[in-house]
Design a protein around this ligand. Structure first.
Ligand code: C2E
Ligand code: MG
Ligand code: MG
Length: 264
């Protein structure tokens, strides 16, 4: 991810991250993913927040790139995984058919003990929960992925975890390599949805829908904010959506307290 911060802010963000990690003060919020056009809930994406300290509110677009640059991403994501392990039984207990996605940084995945960490983490989860997991990896990272990580992803898929290529179309997407990469779901970057009223962008989204259908890959359109964008996606037969139009990222307690949410 490209830093959304000026260089002078990096030391503050690093301090805030160090504080959050030491105090184990991270939160997870969950944003719904919906089938389309039924709008039935099919999944959640877990998104990390750090508690606002003396430095004020810091968004993931600011702290994730700094965590990646400073080597703090592994301890941060390990806290994310600990929290997720506590939340998963509650979420799946409440919504038994849904999937839950978590973002993974390649900087963390490239650490020598990453696969053994994930293996230990999975061993501690009740087995039926494993098949509800989606691991989201940004498209740009796939371009730099090593063979060891590719082998690791195949092993995770064999255990029932889906690999999601996040922010598809935003990086240096190499279409020529797409068929060689191990993934099950494409998440179309929100820039496409936000410019879908442009005929050329509409044509690109149409082509991506056709590509994923042809190959039996699931497609999630990200960043859906308006009824007009919904209409365009419906006309294109897009199957899954995520965005503020349907739900904002919310605390676990919010999702657990909702009544009568239709699920697929
Ligand atoms: P992402 O994985 O692409 O997550 C989706 C981001 O889009 C979230 O931002 C979400 O709040 C935002 N979003 C969802 N719907 C809409 C919409 O309709 N309009 C707009 N404008 N935005 C929408 P958030 O939570 O700020 O996270 C930003 C990025 O930070 C994430 O992008 C992900 O790359 C990264 N991130 C967040 N949590 C983690 C984590 O635990 N680990 C790692 N490695 N990265 C994380
Ligand atoms: Mg994501
Ligand atoms: Mg994304």
């Amino acid at each position: 991810m490209q830093p959304d911060v000026s260089a002078s802010h990096i030391p503050h963000i690093q301090q805030a991250l160090q504080f959050a990690i030491e105090q184990q003060q991270i939160n997870l919020v969950y944003q719904g993913q919906n089938a389309f056009p039924s709008q039935k809930l099919v999944g959640f994406e877990a998104l990390c927040r750090i508690t606002a300290g003396p430095w004020g509110e810091i968004s993931p677009e600011q702290f994730i790139p700094v965590a990646e640059q400073t080597g703090l991403i592994a301890p941060l994501e390990r806290l994310v995984f600990s929290q997720l392990a506590r939340d998963l039984p509650l979420l799946i207990g409440r919504y038994p058919s849904i999937r839950v996605g978590v973002n993974l940084s390649i900087r963390h995945m490239a650490e020598p003990d990453f696969l053994s960490f994930i293996d230990r983490w999975l061993k501690e989860l009740p087995k039926p929960l494993i098949e509800h997991l989606d691991f989201e990896i940004t498209e740009t990272y796939f371009q730099r992925i090593s063979q060891t990580v590719i082998d690791g992803l195949h092993a995770l898929r064999a255990r029932g975890i889906r690999i999601v290529m996040d922010d598809f179309g935003s990086g240096q997407s190499s279409l020529a390599r797409l068929h060689k990469l191990p993934f099950d779901v494409l998440k179309l970057d929100r820039q496409f949805i936000q410019q879908i009223d442009h005929p050329m962008v509409y044509a690109i989204v149409k082509a991506v829908v056709a590509l994923t259908r042809e190959f039996g890959i699931e497609l999630i359109a990200e960043g859906v904010e308006t009824a007009e964008q919904c209409k365009a996606l419906e006309a294109l037969n897009c199957q899954f959506v995520q965005g503020f139009f349907f739900s904002r990222p919310q605390a676990l307690t919010h999702w657990l307290s909702l009544q009568n949410v239709p699920t697929l």
